[in-house]
Design a protein around this ligand. Sequence first.
Ligand code: CDP
Length: 793
Amino acid sequence: ADRTIVTAFEDNDGKPLGHGRMLRKEDPRFVRGRGRYVDDVQLPGMLHLAILRSPMAHARITSVDTSLAEAHPNVRLVVTGAMLAEKGLAWMPTLSNDVQAVLATDKVRFQGQEVAFVVAEDRYAARDALELIDVEYEPLDPVVDVRTALSPSAPVIRDDLEGKTDNHCFDWETGDAESTDAVFAKADVVVSEDIVYPRVHPAPMETCGAVADYDAVDGKLTLWSTTQAPHAHRTLYAIVAGLPEHKIRVIAPDIGGGFGNKVPIYPGYVCAIVGSLLTGKPVKWMEDRSENLISTGFARDYIMRGEIAATSDGRILGIRTNVLADHGAFNGTAAPVKYPAGFFGVFTGSYDIEAAYCKMTAVYTNKAPGGVAYACSFRITEAVYLVERIVDCLAYQLQMDPVELRMKNFIKPEQFPYETKTGWVYDSGDYAPTMRLAKELAGYDELRAEQAEKRKRGELMGIGVAFFTEAVGAGPRKDMDILGLGMADGCELRVHPTGKAVVRLSVQTQGQGHETTFAQIVAEEIGIPPQDIEVVHGDTDQTPFGLGTYGSRSTPVSGAAAALVARKVRDKARLIASAMLEVSVADLEWSKGVFHVAGDPSASVTIQDIAMRAHGAGDLPEGVEGGLEAQICYNPENLTYPHGAYICVVDIDPGTAKVKVRRFVAVDDCGTRINPMIIEGQVHGGLTDGVGMALMEMISFDEDGNCLSGSLMDYLIPTALEVPDWETGFTVTPSPHHPIGAKGVGESATVGSPPAVVNAVVDALKPFGIRHADMPLTPSRVWEAMKGRPTPP
Ligand code: CDP
């Protein structure tokens, strides 16, 4: 599997050029080390910024003395929260309509919170000077355990919010409590389980940073920034800082991985801007690894009680869940405004059930803010984990095969578009063939036979199954906005006189290969080879407005925009072709890149001929303007709902409790596939992420609120050594409302793989009578689960 060697721009099914395997256009620069990241930006006279962070999780600031730091010979500026407060900049909005301190004024609320910053002539002096700032703290009791955050004796973290007397953040519910209670009451079997999705971190290779360059003469601010959403960030800077939007240029150059971590606006970006405004010089801020892990957006941190009701023969009737969500000190969740719990509402999964209900309580704790969508569409990972774990608990209880139980309850192809009991309209899906293909690729029946043999010998082998439906491509602007900005995306296509083209996008790649796939989307529609189409993105001065890349929304939203803008250009090209060939538009036929007269293929003009004519001498048809270009803004009709079936095989060493992932089969359905090679790469990365979360990753804290996971020695992320050779397959169920039928895929594997791995580990431990164990399933956790239980025969 996945050993296909891509040698060149391969054809796909004999089609000339467009969709298909194609080497990535961006790789020549990446493999030569010629990528240009924020930290590569060097400007004349550039200064360096470092941030002083709180050593405590919860403390009152009684004094800040910056005099020694200011006296450092290489220091140009020291700024405290009090100074920002004078300018009205000490607090900023979060993506969830909460506020977050840029620099702490009254209290620090998590370890690693920003307290002051220094701007110096070099990075070393800036860091040295941090040690010269003397902050006095009066320690307060921290709230670390989310389960006690609402107890009346818990100290109030957010006393900055008027009238706040507790740590309650928000309540949210979805589905129907009454009808769900009714199906639970009539069910033969009810299974409940406490399921924790621990706090994890996206941990991109490139940490966050910015270079701010304010030109006082023309009043223009240029900000190179590690952002997944340059346009949205620019608008927010304009609103919050009161800078004119047209005088702000946000450039997201090459981004070394985002995974949701680069969606929020962090205090560091604002500090860099303030630093440049106050010094009149360009200012660079770049986090180190610990700062990234300790202070930037975390993900998950849901404590879930999952309940499932079924008939004794395995017909699922209802799913009920209660969630306690830890949102840290400030609610920094990245999600559309109407969805405080993101898209957790899809927790009914891929199953046709009678009723569902979820109640969620979110609380503040003394931990870093976040709730970012780490490689998933706004909390879908948590939802899929919950349903796929609880369905496996039901299989355990009923002594049913987990594949059979799932197959029995799948939404049927004829039921699409399918409205779930929590109100999500799945656009299309055909689940059983995907599950069957995964079974076949894995050799499922043989694996079960092997497992039965091994169990007789006391060997611990597990087979884990997971099936997911994702909801990606946020989103229809009638329902979805981020801080008031509708989630639509613009796209502009310009064909030059010689037939070469440039397509400008509002989304921003962080390694997903947009420079290649978006050229392919346009190529497929307009017949210009992808090599002749330049993709421009990540620069607000060069691209149309749009909400950026996260939640696998690029292909569902901007991909649709790219296809439609190309069709718009093609429509214009058709008018010009009809004049060139002197036939009516109705007599023209299109085959990729060429218009020819119906019935006479020799009478033809290419898109390149037309481009020259559109810009050249001579008359154009009545009403047709010169040039060959178009612009659109695409507002998606619905989300797209990719799905997939994953099967994982693990072996557990009974002596050390170490889990080895032996095999992993992933069958993904993302509708029309633009570049299968890139899709496989996306899936490989996501699966690796999933194994990491299932077995290794967790941001943990001690009882004082010290973060114990501030380095990659403590926060383990998987390498090629910890993962198997991935085995992938695919089915194709196009999206009916997307112009080319494509659904997103970037995050499918991160969403679908953690339950597959955990289900496999729990399956291996079945002889011990174990039905559930919480992630990350490190050797100590697995050991803990097995300990004290009777050894299997
Ligand atoms: O928003 P993001 O780019 O992270 O996710 P995506 O839209 O799922 O796309 C990830 C990469 O896979 C992009 O290069 C897509 O164009 C490509 N892709 C594809 O080739 N075919 C699909 N059906 C979906 C995505």
